[in-house]
Design a protein around this ligand. Sequence first.
Ligand SMILES: [Fe+2]
Length: 160
Amino acid sequence: MKTLSDIFEHTLQDVYYAETAIIKALPKVAKAAKSPELKKAAEDHLSETKDQVKKLEQVFKSIGKKASGEKCDAIEGLIKEADGLIEDAEGTALDAGLLAACQAVEHYEIARYGSLREWAKDLGHDEAHKLLSEILDQEKATNNKLTNLAVTSINTAKKA
Ligand SMILES: [Fe+2]
């Protein structure tokens, strides 16, 4: 890897892998969450994530590349942490911990899409820039929704 174009493509493969991994992880979060609102947030984000994978496929197409993923250790680690919580935590700790784990994933994605959409602009990939900006906005909105859920309901829940 040498050029901006190389790192752009590499990072695109990284997020493609990450989104696919998130699609597999979110049903586990929805199942484990006790709070109905958190369950719904995970389910809603699952359909949004499926849509994001399609958008990423359009991004690959727009730069003349075939969509492919490259193992992303960061997302694997974040998902592993969430799996650990599902095994070890219960009550409020489980819901608050799962919500925080989802936000860690969102922050990771916000960082990645922020870089990617700027690189797309620098490289003159206008369609990719537009699509990646759309995904970035969705991730930010999801993160805000989760913050709101945490402070209004999950963190203050009086559960065993
Ligand atoms: Fe996403």
